[in-house]
Each structure stands twice: as structure tokens, then as C-alpha cells.
Write a protein that binds this ligand. Structure first.
Ligand code: MBD
Ligand code: FE
Length: 276
């Protein structure tokens, strides 16, 4: 068998030595018995077999990695990528409407803003890779079969010459970690709720700049202060303004209340990243 993930290095040796030391100390500190040890291994086996190992890891640990990894970084605050990113989504040009189903549920959402360098230079043609849950809290290809709606609410949108973007999508609902699998079970068994506040994911890139992985969170969401993943950062909480005025609705050619949100993203230069 060819093992792809293990490459000998001094760094790996140091990390593995320290991890083992900490786990062994955990066993001593908590007087872990043999049944508990076997059931911990069985939990990991069950999690891997159910396809939730990435979900479990991202829920429990990725926000801490993001905190460490973003220390000293300039520009827009980062947040975790999470388990539901897909590469190679459709390429669109701003102004864009995200791929959607004929009867896409929920309120339409108009996102707009700019992508700029830290010195204010617009990043013409920056790629805004966007993905999100739908209005029922489901991600395409994961919670909704890909065959029903390929790349639903996912796209790579290029900003215009002034670094501006306009993306029409649908307001995501809060996301509940699947309750039926091992991740949901361990959360429930240890008194944790399974909710993430409603959010939209972004990976924003431009040649010569460090890619920005982040999320925008819907202000006022009931889970905004208790995200199970712990990935909310104050500057990423945005007013997704609800518009109910009939004249405004009509002016957009709509017949239902809609949302707007604005955000200006700043990407650090690749050099700034290296120096940090
Ligand atoms: C999500 O939607 C998410 O963004 C993360 C980080 C973890 C679980 C579900
Ligand atoms: Fe998410």
C-alpha cells in the first residue's frame, strides 16, 4: 500500500512526539480504562465509516487552526473553510445569479461590494468562490443530491474592472450538524447544540495576493453567539437587510420581500503573508 500522507520530516517528528506525550498525559490525568479506550477507537472507526471524519474534525478543531494560522495576517478577517467546499464550480461574471433550482426556496439575497488590496487598489477580476446552504439549511452535493441540482448555490464569480461584485443568491438558513451520525451523537451526548448561525462561505483570490477563506454571518441569527464550530468573528457579522416596502420590491421586479448585504473584502499581498 502506498501511504500518501506521511512524509518524514523534523517537523512531523516534533509534532508527533508532542501529540503522543499530550495524549498519554490525558490518559493518566483522566484514568482512562480499557473499555473507554476501546470505545474511543470504535467511535473513530464509526465516524470514518460514516464519512463524517472531515465533518467531525472541522466542527471540533478547524476554528482553532484558523486562529493560529491567521495571526499577524492583514486584511479581512478569515474564517474556516469547513467540510462543504467543492472546487471547480461554474465560472460566472459579475453581476451574477448563482446556480439554483426552478423553485429555489426562501428570500432572494443581493450581495455586493468590492475586492481590494490593503492600499485600496481595486483587484480587477478577483475570483469570488462562493458556497452556502440553501433556505432549508442544506448544502448541494452533501445534503441535497448533486444529480438534482449540480453546484446549487455555488459558483466562482469574477469581479469587474473596479474590483466590484454583485451576486444574487438566496438567504441561507442556520445550519444544523446532521443529527443521525457520530458527530451529532457526540455533540448531543456531551451537552452541545448542533447549530451554526446562517452564513455564506467565500474563497477570494487574485494573482500576487493571499487567498482569503472566510464567511459572512447573518446579524441577529439566534446562534450567532454560540456557533458549534466557534468560527464567528465580530467583523464578519453583517446586516442582511430585509426589504419589505412594496415599491422597493416592485422596483427589483420581485413580488416578495428580499435581502441585501454589502461587504468590502481586503486581500493581503502574498509578500505580507510570507513576512507575517
Ligand atoms: C458547516 O456548514 C460549516 O461551515 C462548518 C465549518 C462545519 C460544519 C458545517
Ligand atoms: Fe458552512
Amino acid at each position: 500500500m502506498e501511504v500518501k500522507t506521511v512524509k518524514p520530516s523534523a517537523r512531523l517528528q516534533k509534532l508527533f512526539d508532542n501529540l503522543l506525550a499530550q495524549l498519554r498525559q490525558f490518559i493518566r490525568d483522566n484514568q482512562i480504562n480499557h473499555d473507554e479506550y476501546r470505545s474511543a477507537v470504535a467511535f473513530l472507526l464509526e465516524t470514518a465509516a460514516s464519512g463524517e471524519l472531515t465533518l467531525l474534525s472541522d466542527v471540533l478543531l478547524e476554528a482553532t487552526v484558523d486562529q493560529v494560522d491567521s495571526m499577524g495576517r492583514v486584511g479581512t478577517a478569515t474564517s474556516v473553510e469547513g467540510p462543504f467546499y467543492l472546487p471547480d464550480s461554474p465560472m460566472l461574471t459579475s453581476p451574477a445569479v448563482l446556480p439554483h433550482r426552478a423553485n429555489e426556496p426562501g428570500e432572494k439575497l443581493f450581495l455586493s461590494g468590492t475586492v481590494k488590496a490593503p492600499d485600496g487598489t481595486p483587484l480587477a477580476g478577483a475570483i469570488i468562490d462562493i458556497w452556502q446552504a440553501d433556505a432549508e439549511g442544506n448544502y448541494s452535493h452533501f445534503n441535497v443530491p448533486a444529480a438534482d441540482a449540480p453546484f446549487n448555490l455555488r459558483a466562482r464569480v469574477s469581479a469587474d474592472r473596479s474590483g466590484a461584485y454583485e451576486i444574487q443568491t438566496w438567504l441561507p438558513a442556520a445550519y444544523q450538524i446532521p443529527k443521525d451520525g457520530p458527530t451529532g451523537a457526540i455533540l448531543k451526548a456531551t451537552g452541545r447544540h448542533p447549530w451554526r448561525p446562517a452564513h455564506v462561505h467565500f474563497r477570494i483570490s487574485h494573482p500576487g495576493f493571499s487567498t482569503l477563506t472566510t464567511q459572512l454571518f447573518v446579524a441577529g441569527d439566534p446562534w450567532i453567539d454560540s456557533d458549534v464550530v466557534g468560527a464567528v468573528k465580530q467583523p464578519l457579522i453583517v446586516n442582511f437587510e430585509r426589504h419589505t416596502d412594496p415599491a422597493e420590491i416592485k422596483a427589483r421586479g420581485l413580488d416578495q420581500p428580499f435581502r441585501t448585504a454589502r461587504y468590502d473584502f481586503i486581500l493581503p499581498t502574498a509578500e505580507a503573508r510570507k513576512a507575517a
